[in-house]
Design a protein around this ligand. Structure first.
Ligand code: SF4
Length: 210
């Protein structure tokens, strides 16, 4: 009998332990909430490969909202330019200013406040909550939506997939699960040529190709 935990979550986490991108600098433990937010904004519509080289120098130069808010926009633009989306420089400054205007002066820990920050949408807010608070939810991007839609044979409707992803997210390992879905969708269940013949989820997958 099909069991989402046994047939999807557990093998996905096993695959990730052996094959996941454990070298990505923003996945290192002990990052501050601001460093988490910084990484998520840099990753918007940008590949992990592109951000991997830029993240460390960026986070070293702007480790706090104070340092971002104090920097000229042009200076931040020069650092984000290689990633494209130069307008993120202005987002980041306004976002840092909003954070500093909060009583705590720190990144919010609640969803409504996070999505109120400039440049922070649903995916970014959810990912920040997963990594900062360990909340047992998921963040769904195009790749995660494709993976879940294929495996569970459901229409790739944004809201429906989001509910499914939240239900699957292990309460104590939501960050691992998030990384596993992202890496697996990027490396195995790819958009153009899913590696069904060697996929560890092939047995229970509703869309496995011959
Ligand atoms: S069997 Fe194919 S479609 Fe199913 S999860 Fe694996 S790669 Fe994706």
């Amino acid at each position: 009998m099909f069991d989402p935990q046994h047939d999807f979550v557990d093998p996905l986490l096993d695959w990730h332990e052996r094959n996941g991108r454990h070298d990505l600098p923003w996945r290192e433990p002990d990052r501050t909430p601001f460093e988490v937010l910084l990484a998520e904004i840099l990753l918007q519509r940008t590949t992990a490969e592109a951000v991997a080289g830029a993240y460390r120098p960026f986070a070293a130069r702007y480790p706090t909202p104070e340092t971002v808010a104090a920097a000229p926009t042009e200076e931040i633009e020069a650092l984000v330019a290689p990633l494209g989306l130069v307008k993120r420089a202005a987002y980041l400054r306004r976002c840092a200013q909003q954070i500093l205007a909060r009583p705590s002066g720190d990144v919010p820990r609640e969803y409504p406040e996070l999505v109120g920050l400039h440049g922070v949408g649903e995916y970014t807010a959810r990912s920040v909550l997963i990594h900062v608070t360990g909340l047992g939810i998921a963040a769904v991007d195009t790749n995660v939506r494709r993976l879940l839609s294929r495996f569970f044979d459901v229409t790739p409707d944004r809201d429906r997939i989001a509910v499914l992803a939240d239900a699957l997210a292990p309460p104590t390992r939501s960050a691992d699960f998030q990384h596993a879905m992202l890496d697996f969708a990027a490396e195995v269940c790819t958009a153009g040529s899913p590696a069904c013949s060697s996929c560890p989820l092939r047995g229970p997958c509703a869309s496995a190709e011959e």
